[in-house]
Design a protein around this ligand. Structure first.
Ligand code: XMP
Length: 312
């Protein structure tokens, strides 16, 4: 791919399509939405408003740090604090698909409000080729975004622009790098839209998010030198028996954390990372030492297929 040419073409496409209208995009800090944010601002400047929705299920300090990164490159990101709204919507839900649906609906309600307030008629989206092929194969569902946010495109003349739809993850990383995004963005591990909610089996509560958030941070820190495609931790719904303290027989029930690390090019297929045994033991030790509710740590050995990368 001629990255420079791609960027020029996409910028002129955004300019042509948007004309003098306003546009909006939702940034997560992932490489896809970051690349779109920069492409959009280069193309139409301040006529693009960028928002970051704090869903309450992002990684530790992620919303603030993404806003800071973009501030350093001269772009204003409007932070929308919607944590409580998401937790209310997710309360009591155990079924994985219901959880995704509740997350998605809340996301679009919040984004819909932001769109209406902004007066934008274009929505810039970081959809990539893998999203489209997974939707076609029925692995994931991609809903009509405009309907979801309560906008009838025929009435509002509203349009979606998806400049990255031909690219896979590695292509997006090249574009992000060529656009001048910092390394912490163009090398960022993929992180799903529904965030830590995809890494919790069973109910998503602020307390359970706090557990998995700490475990995810430990795994990311420890495997960083191996540069896997994706590595994270998952909080299972069962509890396991453990013995705590020095007195034998002091039995307790504790949380179970699964570690997952995979290698992939496009997220369509993935192999398990062969993490050295010593490193796995170190991760296990840190997790049980730093998260008191956890007394069992597992390593997931399953490639995709038959597994998916995430757990819901
Ligand atoms: P799966 O779990 O389907 O994941 O093997 C493939 C890739 O997609 C990410 N993923 C998502 N990304 N919204 C996203 O933006 C989602 O709902 C979602 N679900 C999974 C996952 O992290 C992996 O990189």
């Amino acid at each position: 791919m001629d990255t420079k040419k791609f960027i020029e073409e996409k910028m002129s496409e955004i300019r042509q399509r948007a004309g003098s209208a306003k546009a909006i995009n939702a940034l997560s800090g992932g490489v896809d939405s970051s690349a779109v944010t920069l492409l959009g601002h280069r193309a139409i400047g301040d006529r693009l408003k960028t928002v970051l929705i704090d869903t309450g299920v992002m990684r530790e300090r992620e919303p603030e740090s993404v806003v800071e990164i973009f501030k350093r490159i001269g772009l204003t990101v409007h932070l929308i604090e919607a944590q409580e709204e998401f937790f209310r919507a997710l309360k009591g839900i155990i079924d994985p698909e219901e959880k995704r649906k509740a997350f998605r609906n809340t996301f679009y309600i919040v984004l819909g409000r932001a769109v209406k307030e902004s007066g934008a008629t274009f929505l810039l989206q970081g959809t990539i080729a893998a999203d489209i092929s997974e939707t076609r194969r029925g692995v994931k569902t991609q809903h009509n975004i405009l309907e979801q946010i309560g906008i009838d495109p025929q009435i509002y003349g509203f349009q979606v622009i998806e400049p990255l739809r031909e690219l896979y993850k590695d292509g997006v990383r090249e574009v992000a790098k060529a656009l001048g995004l910092p390394q912490e963005i163009f090398e960022r591990m993929p992180f799903p839209g529904p965030g830590l909610a995809t890494r919790i089996i069973g109910e998503v509560t602020p307390e359970r998010v706090a557990v998995v958030r700490k475990a995810v941070k430990i795994v990311e820190e420890e495997v960083e030198p191996l540069k896997p495609f994706q590595a994270f931790a998952v909080l299972l719904s069962d509890q396991a028996t453990g013995v705590t303290g020095s007195e034998e027989g002091r039995r307790s029930f504790g949380d179970i954390i699964a570690i997952r690390s995979v290698e992939s090019r496009d997220a369509i297929r993935a192999e398990v990372t062969e993490i050295p045994w010593e490193l796995l033991k170190k991760i296990q030790k840190r997790i049980v030492a730093e998260i008191p509710s956890v007394n069992k740590v597992l390593y997931d050995l399953t490639p995709k297929p038959p597994s998916t990368i995430e757990y819901i």
